[in-house]
Design a protein around this ligand. Sequence first.
Ligand SMILES: [Zn+2]
Length: 392
Amino acid sequence: MQDASAVRTQKLYYKDAYQTSFSARIISADGRDLVLDQTLFFPEEGGQSPDRGILAGCTVLDVQIRDGEIHHILGDPLPAGLTPGTEVSGEIDGPHRFSNMQQHSGEHLFSGIMYRRFGLENIGFHCSDREVTLDYNGPLTAEQLQAVEREANAAIVKNIPSEVRFLYGEEAKTAVYRSKLDLSGEVRVVTFAGVDACACCAPHVARTGEIGCLKVVGVQNWKSGVRVNILCGARAMELFDRDHALITGLSRYLTTSPEEVFGLVTRMREEKAALLTRIRQMETERLLERVGRAEATDGSILFFEASLEQKPAREAVNALASRAGKYAGIFIGNDREGYRFIIGSLHADAREAANLLKQAFNARGGGQPAMVQGSVKAAEAQIRTLLSTVHT
Ligand SMILES: [Zn+2]
């Protein structure tokens, strides 16, 4: 039994990383912030997100460590009567904790192998429910990354036991392990014999076999090195399940084998691009044919097209301008989304047409007396009425 006045919370997760339920006495209860004499809840520390669970019947939202004191932040107000000295029971989310142990032990194997084989140091670790990231202080090739992944999985298969030791004073200074910071006092070193020894505050699996498997799922340049994303155990399996369902569903939809999906989609994209080019050519040819047939008028000649590129639109406007007493215009788009327009004029001022559209429909754009360009949100019928056109 620990003295209730002790400041430091006893870390039960160091005694047994697999235990999920415990009881403890309240040291202080400040609103929803609860401090106990001992706890199984691992706080947010060393890059790892905290344990989840239930304490005194309340959901634990967050766990933080300050000066050796572990604070449990509850989602609900503490039931009445729970004062310092009262015993409460708690239960951590076991599968969540075990998953974190798998990810973290996997990280140690991976970083130990990375350091031994390529001399890169792990300078950042982040393990949340969303992702697991490892930062290294130098560049890495795809082949090197794969070699580390393979060796880590080989170490998992060997089912190597973990060993945790607390080192003090001279021993802490002379022992060989990673993450050797200027730590005063005790240093907790987690060792997987023959693979890695590293200073660490977190719970770990008893044997590497429990990690199940380790998969690299992402890599990107990070500062002067790389950031690697990994997943271990069930979390790697979940990703495999998702990706496998995706690729088999896609290959079934495309009636091809998973191996052929990439080649088929590439060909489909190329075919689509070729078809789009052909459609644009046909649109242009069709428009220029209609432009060629347009009769001369004292008024305006306006064409409305669903889609057309800029160059043929300008060509059409130039061809029509000599036959229009007022404006020659091409409007590209539809009534719902509006139109891009080019309006030309040989005998009037095209800027006046743009002004009419601005006043009536808040259109944007402008240009020279001979040609204006812009965009307008209005229906074809409204535009035709406004510009007093001869219908074409
Ligand atoms: Zn660690």
